[in-house]
Ligand binder design. Structure first.
Ligand SMILES: N[C@@H](CCC(=O)N[C@@H](CS)C(=O)NCC(=O)O)C(=O)O
Length: 324
């Protein structure tokens, strides 16, 4: 794992020395938006009009952030309009690679590149920063639209509605404030919280992250004991953003990231809610447990130096969810 510095790859793990052992996630650098007519979105510049076949999505099936974009692509009817390249699950010294010797790893379908960093360098030969998935690529302007999953799912939510005819809105006006508030708490303590636990390099940094993680899960369990979904009777963006962390929890975060006060299967309401979302048409195909398990245990040698990939647990996502 490493990052680009002025266009040159440097193999280095996250710097936690300057933050008292705490993992601090970098901010995304490409923040343009696809819009229905190409006008600028909330950040970045305009000129990225929604068009069938114009955009390409680079993902890792292992990655919870990329997973959000795959779910939206499936649910918003975009599979025929936006093609996908999926990296190999092993992220080692060269960062994400396009090897095809793993089921579901497609290689770079657009350029035949060897590394994901080649895509970043194609957009900017002097690029600096981490080389992360997801990446949304514009074939027309030969550049990156966005590498921020939170933005990409909002584009997929509505920019292509006229092309797809799918108008389901996971971020309705009337709920936006509440969704943003829910996302804020869940991002910090759960989505990113599991990484803060897992990548902590001091006991104090781990202790600081583990409490809020389970406090929030306990609170969510309470919310889902009253509501079918996080914000009531309707599935929203907040549900999908939480789902991609929850569906990795018992197989990787619980053990590999030491988030082991409880498993998701011990929270009856979260576990039922997660099975319901998993069973939504189109979602199961976006969940690839072999990529997830292999990536985390094999790639993070600072956490798991012998790269031994454990066997379990067995999780049955097909059990009826019983939510109504
Ligand atoms: N803010 C980004 C974060 C994406 C991210 O951190 N992806 C991870 C994979 S789970 C990655 O590619 N990490 C490589 C690295 O940090 O070098 C988003 O949500 O899109």
């Amino acid at each position: 794992m490493g990052q680009l510095v002025n266009g040159v790859w440097k193999d280095e793990w996250y710097d936690t020395d300057s933050s008292g052992g705490e993992f601090v996630r970098d901010t995304s650098r490409h923040r343009n938006w696809i819009t229905a007519d190409g006008t600028p979105g909330p950040t970045g510049t305009g000129g990225f009009k929604a068009e069938s076949g114009r955009y390409h999505l680079y993902v890792a099936y292992a990655c919870p952030w990329a997973h959000r974009t795959l779910i939206y692509r499936a649910l918003q009817g975009l599979t025929d309009h936006i093609e996908v390249s999926a990296v190999h699950p092993d992220m080692l010294k060269e960062g994400w690679e396009f090897g095809e010797d793993f089921p579901g790893a497609t290689g770079d379908q657009l350029f035949g590149s060897r590394y994901l960093r080649d895509i970043y360098l194609r957009a900017d030969p002097k690029a600096s920063g981490r080389v992360t998935v997801p990446v949304l690529w514009d074939r027309e302007r030969d550049t990156i639209v966005s590498n921020e999953s939170a933005d990409i799912i909002r584009m997929f939510n509505c920019a292509f509605d006229r092309i797809t005819g799918v108008e389901y809105d996971f971020y309705p006006y009337s709920l936006r404030d509440r969704i943003d508030e829910m996302n804020g708490r869940i991002y910090d303590s759960v989505n990113n919280g599991v990484y803060k636990c897992g990548f902590a390099t001091t006991q104090a940094a781990y202790d600081k992250a583990i409490g809020p993680l389970f406090d929030t899960l306990d609170w969510i369990e309470e919310v889902l004991s009253k509501n079918r979904y996080l914000l009531g009777e309707r599935v929203t963006e907040a549900d999908w953003r939480l789902f991609t962390t929850i569906c990795r929890f018992d197989s990787v975060y619980h053990t590999h990231f030491k988030c082991n006060r409880r498993q998701v299967v011990q929270y009856p309401n979260i576990w039922g809610w997660a099975r319901e979302l998993y069973q939504w048409p189109g979602v199961a195909a976006t969940v690839k447990p072999d990529h997830i398990v292999r990536h985390y245990y094999y790639s993070h040698d600072t956490v798991n130096p012998h790269r031994i990939v454990p066997v379990g647990p067995e999780i049955d996502w097909s059990v009826p969810h019983g939510r109504e």
